[in-house]
Design a protein around this ligand. Structure first.
Ligand code: HAM
Length: 477
């Protein structure tokens, strides 16, 4: 279980999460966290190393995701990081920020246009079609975890390489699938100790959206002069995105704008009502957000985002995850018409939320045994012993870099181990080893072949080491 503390980890405090200000710098500038060392290569902007000290928190997130995936019988799929750029153009859609501005597209040595994946739903749908998963029992439930790439402006919670864990369910159009996916996402975040809610909306089918879009465009055209340049472009290219504009003038205009829920056809309305009923039934904390449209073209019907319960859900970089139904995607990629629904969580954003909430990963269990060696012959025996202890499930610490016994015992003390095994030259010749109880200081010499079994017994009993000290430490050379 994660532990909750009010203090924050020193190492991660400096992540640029508090400042919402974009990092102003040149293309190859270093990440805020990275120290500049003269002459050393620097990270690309928006890219970061996930350091060993962050791995505890990341592992906690990865474990929670894996546990839920297994509990809900999703099958893992690993998808390529590089795909034909056409896959994303066709699915995420021209006119979206991701495709128009954020894709890492380049020509590979075979002269093909390829892209670093900006997301993985399109790849999962491609894999579903490519591998004939349409003919497997439905739903086909897949999950994945890995890096995504978007060349957006880096800022707090927004990176150019970031990690997502995604869940996709293909083949069933029942509203319960949408509800279950939402529950599943919320459950991961709750299991981690976060207080979260879901924002939800329906954007209906492609058909009913066309009628709505015509109305929306007509409304905003009347107020075109009040729009900022970016939103004028959106009005022309992707008017639905005006709904989640952050520009104050557009936000004000939205009050009088037509709402998509009023334009849903009967089937879309019924689908959405059922999703909401399921959520009410199981008391999922949700909020209707008529302006939630998401930034990818493939969505139909239900769309949703996970946000912190007390957070500012208005800021898109605050979403811990998001998803929705995409009933047209498989067909768009050449498969049979196949309903589908899914979501993805942003791992960096979850890690940040855990840090801000003072939720620390559980401590890694420390080894209970230390191996102290004196000389190369003893190091050689040590290498073998390490493997024997590992196979017996007893992790062992060492300080192979240190020569003097004193230094090694200090290291063992610092680690707080229960037992230290001491192997001097004499013991190597005699095929024995000393077991020292660190608390009492008592030592005994035992047959090296029996040491694993003996240590195992001592660790599982309260006896410790027999008090008859046989070789004082100072005698060992
Ligand atoms: P998305 O909303 O673009 O959806 O991304 C999902 C989550 O990834 C976001 O809520 C956020 O937590 C994280 N994320 C997105 N961009 C960045 C970034 N630049 N830096 C850090 N984190 C980021 C999708 O990608 C869809 N494929 C989700 C989906 C799955 N829909 C259906 N199935």
């Amino acid at each position: 279980m994660p532990t909750k503390k009010s203090t924050k980890n020193k190492e991660e405090k400096s992540t640029p999460a508090k400042s919402q200000k974009p990092m102003e710098s040149t293309e190859d500038d270093v990440d805020e966290k990275e120290k500049k060392v003269k002459g050393a290569p620097t990270l690309l902007r928006g890219f970061r190393d996930i350091l060993p000290e962050e791995q505890g928190r990341w592992n906690m997130i990865r474990d929670a995701i894996r546990d839920i995936a297994e509990a809900y019988t999703f099958d893992r799929i690993d998808l390529p990081i590089l795909e034909r750029s056409d896959l994303f153009l066709r699915t995420i859609g021209k006119g979206t920020d991701i495709v128009d501005k954020e894709m890492y597209v380049f020509t590979d040595p075979s002269n093909r246009s390829v892209a670093l994946r900006p997301e993985a739903t399109a790849s999962a749908a491609r894999a579903y079609v490519n591998h004939g998963m349409l003919d497997r029992p439905q739903p086909v439930k897949l999950w994945y975890m890995g890096p995504m790439f978007r060349h957006d402006r880096p800022q707090a919670g927004r990176y150019r390489q970031f990690y997502q864990a995604g869940f996709e369910s293909f083949g069933v159009d029942e509203p319960i699938v949408d509800a279950q996916l939402i529950v599943l996402g919320l459950q991961i975040l709750k299991d981690l100790g976060l207080d979260v809610k879901v924002q939800i909306n329906s954007i209906g089918t492609f058909e009913c959206r066309q009628a709505y879009l015509a109305e929306l465009v007509a409304y905003f055209r009347q107020h075109r002069s009040k729009l900022c340049e970016e939103d004028k472009k959106r009005l022309q290219k992707n008017p639905l995105r005006l709904l989640d504009s952050k520009d104050p003038a557009t936000v004000e205009l939205l009050d009088g704008a037509p709402q998509i829920l009023d334009w849903l056809d009967d089937k879309s309305k019924e689908h959405f009502m059922k999703v909401l009923e399921f959520m009410e039934e199981i008391e999922v904390p949700f909020e209707l957000n008529p302006y939630l449209v998401r930034g990818l073209d493939y969505y139909t019907h239900t769309v949703f985002e996970f946000v912190l319960a007390g957070g500012d859900g208005e800021k898109s970089q605050n979403a811990l995850g998001g998803g929705g139904r995409y009933d047209g995607l498989v067909e768009l990629l050449g498969g049979r018409p196949t309903p589908a629904c899914g979501f993805a969580l942003g791992i960096e954003r979850i890690a940040r939320a855990l840090l801000d909430a003072g939720i620390d990963p559980p401590q890694r269990p420390q080894p209970a045994v230390f191996f102290a060696q004196l000389g190369d012959a003893s190091r050689r025996v040590g290498l073998k012993l390490f493997e024997e202890f590992r196979q017996a499930g007893i992790p062992m610490a060492e300080a192979f870099g240190k020569n003097a016994l004193k230094g090694q015992l200090e290291a063992a003390n610092k680690l707080g181990v229960q037992l230290t095994l001491i192997l001097g030259q004499k013991e190597v010749l005699d095929e024995t080893i000393i077991i020292r109880d660190m608390e009492s200081g008592a030592q005994e010499i035992v047959d090296v072949k029996k040491v694993v079994a003996l240590v195992q017994k001592k660790l599982h009993s309260d006896e410790g080491v027999a008090p008859n000290t046989q070789a004082p430490i100072s005698d060992i050379k």
